[in-house]
Ligand binder design. Structure first.
Ligand SMILES: [Zn+2]
Length: 101
């Protein structure tokens, strides 16, 4: 019988290159210090856009290979000397993902 625990992200080519929690920061005018989410993030598929009209994004994403869910959220801060973008990606259990579905 298959259980939740049988989902092992390290067996998946996409998920194995993502940590349980990822974060990236970009600051306008300070590009040399910018960090970005791993390339594997771009392979995830969007399931629901939970805040389609907000500049602060909240999205439920899913790995197309192993069906693992991820929560993506971003924050945006406007500063006089340039704006700051923050992005977060968090791996969810299917139970955690259910509350967004
Ligand atoms: Zn995966």
């Amino acid at each position: 019988m298959e259980t939740e625990d049988s989902i092992n992200p390290t067996n998946c080519a996409i998920c194995s290159s993502l940590k349980d929690k990822e974060a990236a920061f970009q600051k306008y005018g300070w590009e040399e210090n910018d960090t970005f989410l791993p390339a594997a993030y771009f392979q995830l598929q969007e399931v629901i856009d939970l805040k389609p009209y907000s500049s602060r994004k909240l999205k439920l994403l899913q790995c197309p290979a192993c069906r693992t869910y991820y929560l993506y959220h971003s924050d945006y801060e406007y500063l006089v000397n340039g704006s700051e973008d923050e992005e977060y990606l968090e791996r969810l259990t299917s139970e955690e993902a259910t509350q967004y579905l």
